[in-house]
Write a protein that binds this ligand. Sequence first.
Ligand code: ATP
Length: 359
Amino acid sequence: MTTYKIAAIPGDGIGGEVISAGVEVLHALAKREASFGFHVDHFDWGSERYKKTGAFMPENGRELIAGHDAILFGSAGAPDVPDHITLWGLRLAICQPFDQYANVRPTRILPGITSPLRAVTGPELDWVIVRENSEGEYAGVGGRVHRGLPEEAATDVSMFTRAGVARIMRFAFRLAQSRPRKLLTVVTKSNAQRHAMVMWDEIAAEVAAEFPDVTWDKMLVDAMTMRMVLRPGSIDTVVATNLHADILSELAAALAGSLGIAPTANLNPERKFPSMFEPIHGSAFDIMGKGIANPVGTFWSCVMMLEHLGEAKAAARLMRAIERVTADPSLHTPDLGGKATTAQVTAAVCNALLGDNTA
Ligand code: ATP
């Protein structure tokens, strides 16, 4: 029997609540499958640790998790720690050295969930957004001079490399090719950003030639927001820069019904390093400790983790269980307008797994 070694990093706020729900569901799934199991190591990395020790994770933190098969991450961020300190101290401190350059964010309207787009009921909104996750606008290049003085100046330089753009384009075209519609939209802003974005477009066209069966188009990021709202059915797979995809995927999550549902995978496609799976929502301190955090984003992230581990059958089983549960409004948490608790949703998914008779 295979035992997958998972590094669980709950982080801050509701991270602890959703990750323990996720781990419970993974163990229930393993029991149902019987062909594999999970060994989960928990790491207390996050803002509390930072406030006590000055560091979000120990100096040898990455060494401690480099040998794991996958990382399950909750959320990072506390009201009294500046967001950029948290982001660079924990999430990016893992994503960047582990070269998790492909951030994949599926969006679908799950059964029982209502989209704020009134006319959209389900099948017409089924997207995967691929976000370049290693460079671009979030490369960390820049600085500040004359701090606090009237002549203070600051720069954030976006950094695009041919290698970085080509690998994310290739990843996105391959993903689009694997989906039934074989349709890719390359998001750009090459009208205003005339250097890096023009190179981005050129490389997209070069890589497209390797995938003649994929239909692709190019869209300015501003126009893309309108298309997502007005013509959601015209979109399938999307590739965008770090910044553009960050914004578009938040819009996508809202259009799919709740921030609490959306999952994401930070992939190192070459598998040289472990990949990391997490719900896209933040620490949500406003609901922390109330037992009402929606765990569905974490469960869906577990589905992506199983797909990455090569357990496609188990991934499909878990997705079926999630969809059975979302279809029942009495099992909706308050963010979806319901009254259910995290524990009730988790128990319902575990029960659905155990009762799933598909071989
Ligand atoms: P951060 O800075 O950590 O990203 P944020 O407050 O900007 O935090 P979120 O923490 O994602 O963003 O929360 C935004 C809103 O969505 C909050 O009102 C929060 O309660 C709600 N929310 C986010 N995730 C969930 C969830 N899993 N279940 C229920 N509500 C959620």
